[in-house]
Design a protein. Structure first.
Length: 226
């Protein structure tokens, strides 16, 4: 079993919401806001909203889609925005472009609805991330599995979800370490393929453990207990 030169360091983080000076009272203003808000704002209202909506498997976890439905009652556009699978994107710029395009097209096709005043305004937000090292690390896949099994939701979210903003949506902390430190590129790809929309943090953790177990199986004897 390979021992990594650079161990995986486990962190945990808290996220402090920060309301910007941008807000939208209708779809036209939402369209303008999507074009000009910061990358952290786009991430907050899509990726980060998964955690705040408890990883719902029904309904809309995307803040933009949720507001369009709840505050404007525009179900068709809400469904269109919610249908953008954030797992398919490799940059905030690409995600922003598609969000903006969807709203712009709808505004052009429905000019009256585009100027309709919402029941409540949409406030563009992002977060301040405060991370702390847990003082735990792993140099082998077996050590990683042991730590992963007892990892808190907050730490799992930091490494598997929030890390995508730092990595420009390309991957997550776990997959980067699997590939770069252990040379386990296939495991890295399988881990990164876990659908963060359709899974709770508990099921993400369970799927990660199953993937790691599969790679560890050749190293374990039948009598080995974990």
């Amino acid at each position: 079993m390979k021992v990594a030169e650079q161990p995986f360091q486990f962190f945990v983080a808290s996220y402090i919401p920060r309301i910007s000076n941008q807000k939208a009272k209708n779809l036209e203003e939402l369209q303008k806001g999507l074009a000009s808000c910061g990358d952290g704002c786009i991430f907050y209202h899509t990726f980060h909203s998964l955690g705040r909506h408890h990883f719902l498997t029904e309904g809309f976890s995307d803040d933009f889609a949720h507001w369009v439905l709840a505050a404007l009652n525009q179900a068709a556009l809400a469904e269109q925005l919610a249908a953008l699978d954030i797992h398919d994107y490799r940059s905030i710029a690409e995600l922003r472009t598609d969000l903006h395009h969807s709203v712009a097209q709808y505004c052009e096709a429905h000019p009256t609805e585009a100027r309709q005043t919402a029941f409540e305004p949409f406030h563009f937000c992002d977060t301040i991330e405060v991370s702390v090292r847990l003082g735990r690390e792993a140099r082998t896949l077996e050590e990683f599995r042991r730590e992963l099994e007892r990892l808190s939701h907050d730490s799992l979210y930091f490494h598997f979800i929030a890390s995508r903003l730092r990595l420009q949506l390309r991957s997550n902390d776990f997959s980067i370490w699997f590939a770069s430190a252990l040379g386990l590129t296939a495991l890295a790809e399988r881990a990164n393929g876990i659908d963060i929309y359709a899974n709770t943090l508990d099921s993400i953790q369970a799927k990660l453990l199953a993937l790691v177990d599969s790679d560890l199986a050749p190293y374990w004897q039948p009598s080995t207990t974990r």
